[in-house]
Design a protein around this ligand. Structure first.
Ligand SMILES: Nc1ncnc2c1ncn2[C@@H]1O[C@H](COP(=O)(O)OP(=O)(O)OP(=O)(O)O)[C@@H](O)[C@H]1O
Ligand SMILES: C[C@@](O)(CCOP(=O)(O)OP(=O)(O)O)CC(=O)O
Length: 423
């Protein structure tokens, strides 16, 4: 380590996406290493719309490891953070910056402390996979800072130890988490099935029903399911293995009806397992069920049994709706806005986030246009044309996106290079 100046601060900043599972991970066989009981598949979401940005800093002047999440200091003492830090420290490489007189030997990283600041551009702990983006970003940015020379697959196995679903956020596009067999967990890691350009037509609309933190975390929910549900074993051993093969094929061939059928079925079964848990876990609320209701009546009936929109719900009430193309997405958005118009205090700009061009394609440029929307023609007498103003907090229009990336420009850094504290 450089003896001259003890004042230097070395930093790295990265951004990592969230992902939404279309074949769900639910249940662990090892709680500490976070090893799952089944494979899962997800779509990585566009980081412009849903991502974590993390700056990691190291300096001989830091006295302990510290972390700030969304501006608030949080303890880093938890086992999950500690496991990731330990794994990364053990793989750190030598680092040298001659100009600044910084030299850190492999072993030297053990004696240095980190300051970590992270920010999510979407609600934390509300069933939108903030832990996935967060741990993927933490591991990716620390690996850059510490010169860890592991391939992404091995980094994904480290991120997995922060939060299972985080391993899938190390890649863009379509990603499979293979459960693996080894006791060490080395082979329980993510692999990319296809990158984000493979199926660019897909449009994803997230209806954020409630951004309040949920009552049962995924971690404790799945633990209770493993302990008490009999359905979960059948799901893990029989249903998921065959669904994984079918889903891989659907993604490979861009077969939307097969993709949608599997996605909806798997979401339903995941929530069925939650209901089969004792005491039962309810992640969805009335608004979530209305989405399903709309889906069923508007789309399956309208297109004579051919599924036009896929839905999936994670461990929270938010609906994630996937349309095969922009045309269907814009008619979906019209229908969503008909049933779920903004509440009285909303602006259009803050009600539809993400890719707003779909809104233009749907012909909606103002709140008046939403008010003037007619009941969807297919509704007729089958669906009451009741509107649920204010039930949805906001919608995010997005698509499949790229994996983590380093942000080089100083302006992205969340920590001051002068003080080593959050800006
Ligand atoms: N940017 C981040 N950096 C590091 N850790 C984070 C970050 N964002 C979230 N986390 C961690 O993840 C926790 C939230 O995880 P939790 O599983 O409860 O919610 P979620 O990931 O938003 O929802 P779900 O996983 O059910 O979709 C936070 O309390 C924090 O420990
Ligand atoms: C419903 C899910 O989103 C569950 C995600 O669970 P987490 O990855 O948050 O759980 P831990 O591994 O305990 O941190 C399904 C999925 O993403 O596959």
């Amino acid at each position: 380590m450089a003896g001259e100046s003890q004042k230097w601060i070395l930093m790295a900043t990265a951004r990592a996406p969230t992902n939404i599972a279309v074949i769900k991970y639910w249940g662990k066989r090892d709680e500490n290493l976070i090893l799952p009981i089944n494979d899962s598949i997800s779509i990585t979401l566009d980081p412009d719309h849903l991502s974590a940005t993390t700056t990691v800093a190291v300096s001989p002047s830091f006295e302990k490891d510290r972390m700030w999440l969304n501006g608030k200091e949080i303890p880093l003492s938890g086992g999950r953070y500690q496991n990731c830090l330990r794994e990364l420290r053990s793989r750190a490489g030598d680092f040298e910056d001659e100009n600044r007189g910084i030299q850190i030997k492999k072993e030297g990283w053990n004696k240095l402390h980190f300051h970590i600041a992270s920010y999510n551009n979407f609600p934390t702990a509300a069933g939108l996979a903030s832990s996935a983006a967060g741990f993927a970003c933490l591991v990716f940015s620390l690996a850059k800072l510490m010169n860890v020379k592991e391939e992404l697959g091995q980094l994904s196995a480290i991120a997995r130890q922060g939060s299972g679903s985080a391993c899938r956020s190390l890649y863009g596009g379509f990603v499979k988490w293979t459960m693996g067999n080894e006791m060490s967990g080395r082979d329980s890691k993510a692999v990319q099935l296809a990158n984000e350009t493979h199926w660019e037509d897909l449009i994803i609309i997230v209806a954020v029903v409630s951004s309040r933190q949920k009552e049962t975390s995924s971690t404790s929910g799945m633990r209770e399911s493993v302990e008490t549900s009999s359905l979960i074993q059948h799901r893990a051993k029989v249903v998921v293995p065959s669904r994984i093969l079918q889903m891989e094929e659907a993604i490979r061939n861009r077969n939307f009806s097969s993709f949608a059928r599997l996605t909806c079925a798997d979401s339903n079964q995941f929530h069925a397992v939650c209901l089969d848990t004792s005491p039962p876990i309810f992640y969805m609320n009335d608004t979530s069920h209305r989405h399903d209701f709309c889906h069923r009546y508007l789309f399956i009936w309208r297109f004579k049994g051919k599924t036009q929109v896929a839905y999936t719900f994670d461990a929270g009430p938010n609906a994630v709706l996937i349309a095969p193309n922009r045309k269907v997405a814009s008619s979906l958005l019209q229908r969503l806005l008909f049933y779920f118009p903004p509440g009285p205090d909303n602006e259009l700009n803050s009600y539809i986030l993400g890719d707003k061009t779909i809104l233009q394609e749907a012909g909606i440029e103002s709140l008046n246009h939403i008010e003037a929307l007619k009941p969807p023609p297919e509704a007729k007498d089958k669906v009451p044309s009741q509107r649920f103003a204010g039930d949805v907090s906001y919608f995010i229009c997005t698509r499949s996106g790229k994996g983590p990336e380093v942000l080089m420009e100083e302006e992205h850094a969340l920590i001051s290079s002068q003080t080593g504290l959050p800006k």
